[in-house]
Design a protein. Structure first.
Length: 378
């Protein structure tokens, strides 16, 4: 039997999908007997119960009057080096090339050990920061000096080679869901509580309301859908675009049909009362929320952007439409919502695809294999 590993994990614990994936990965690895050390600025938000083999090392970033900016990167690298030495870590798995891979490389040097560094690219570091020429070299450095690099979709790998041009092989390891949590649950009572009528379909959108998520497109598509199908729209999450969205909802006179739910836990309960998800982003390296929804039996309509077509299977678990094509999006939504047998078929195919391609069991093992491969290489 292979030895159990001591693994350090660093992510932005409060930032959307990457924080979720890093935390869920830590929990899954702990359940497989590995010892997990989260090194981050706050406790990962999905870490809700006690695990005897999960430890949390807080990175404190102090504000000094002599420095214009708080030195997060240096504080993180110092904490990583301290934990590497004290706990005898075998490997650091960091999420984001910058700053986390670069911090891990510095920490490795500071610790004087041969710890292996695995970096997972989630997209924001490549598709947003990669366009800033002042950061390209730092991102490339983080990637090339990591021992192993993964990306959450093949689309992100192509974008990384296109934008950053690293001399490094990058492995696609898809995001995953814990199917014990993300499954259809009996939460029908929520429909009454939210005032959703029996004949109304429920459309859901979940995001951090950044402009790249194109939430106005979701609202505009919904406006057209409700001309044909009685429906409510659940908007879940919060972020910088919220004011714009509230204004648009008022302008389109949709106030009675759109529910602003803000940030929510237990999303599986909301997915379980939903008939359709809309994910109409202009940048999306994977689209974890689409996968979560699919696992709960919710078909999705997504844009032909980034990794979305690798998650949503067009014509099987939902539809892929061109970015901003509100007419096509709403027509496809109406067709699906009005065809109960098709909706049911897409729903069950979504559950099957989520299980077959993206189950935790299938994906976590790919990370473990990479860890052992790197450690055995020496
Ligand atoms: O989408 C965001 O704004 C959050 C961002 C993050 O860094 O957490 O999400 C990225 O990573 C997720 C997990 O791998 C992916 O599911 C998202 O598609 C990706 N977001 C973008 O590429 C914009």
């Amino acid at each position: 039997m292979r030895k159990k590993l001591k693994i350090g994990i660093t992510c932005y614990p409060t930032v959307g999908g990457s924080g979720v994936v890093a935390t869920e990965l830590g929990k899954m690895l702990a359940e497989k007997g590995h010892e997990i050390h989260f090194i981050s600025s706050s406790l990962p938000f999905r870490l809700k119960r006690m695990y005897p083999n999960i430890f949390y090392h807080q990175v404190d970033v102090n504000q000094y009057s002599v420095f214009q900016y708080a030195p997060y990167d240096i504080a993180l690298a110092s904490k990583m080096a301290e934990v590497i030495k004290r706990e005898g870590l075998d490997l650091l798995h960091v999420h984001y090339a910058i700053p986390h891979a670069v911090c891990a490389i510095l920490a490795k040097q500071m610790s004087g050990t041969d710890i292996k560094i695995v970096t997972t690219l989630h997209g924001t570091d490549i598709t947003v920061l990669g366009y800033d020429p002042s950061l390209t070299d730092a991102i490339r450095f983080g990637i090339e000096k990591s021992d192993g690099v993964t990306a959450v979709s093949n689309a992100l790998i192509s974008q990384t080679y296109g934008l950053i041009k690293p001399d490094k092989s990058i492995r696609a390891v898809y995001n995953f869901i814990d199917e014990r949590i993300y499954k259809k649950t009996d939460s029908a009572y929520l429909k009454d509580e939210y005032g959703i009528k029996a004949d109304e379909k429920v459309i859901i959108h979940v995001s951090n309301f950044r402009s790249v998520k194109r939430v106005p497109d979701v609202v505009k598509a919904f406006a057209k859908i409700t001309e044909e199908v009685p429906a409510k729209l659940l908007l879940v999450g919060d972020g910088p675009e919220m004011t714009v969205i509230c204004r648009l909802v008022n302008e389109l006179q949709l106030k009675d049909k759109v529910l602003f739910l803000g940030k929510q836990d237990n999303l599986e309960e909301l997915y379980s009362i939903s008939d359709l998800m809309l994910l109409l982003s202009e940048k999306e390296s994977f689209g974890l929320v689409a996968l979560e929804a699919m696992a709960c039996g919710v078909p999705c309509i997504g844009t032909d952007i980034g990794g979305i077509p690798e998650v949503i299977s067009d014509g099987e678990t939902g539809y892929i439409c061109s970015l901003g094509d509100i007419n096509d999006i709403s027509q496809k939504a109406v067709k699906l919502l009005n065809d109960e047998p098709l909706l049911k078929k897409f729903s069950s195919q979504s559950i099957t695809l989520a299980k077959d391609r993206f189950s935790a069991g299938r994906i976590v093992i790919q990370y473990e294999e990479l860890y052992y491969e790197l450690l055995e290489k020496g």
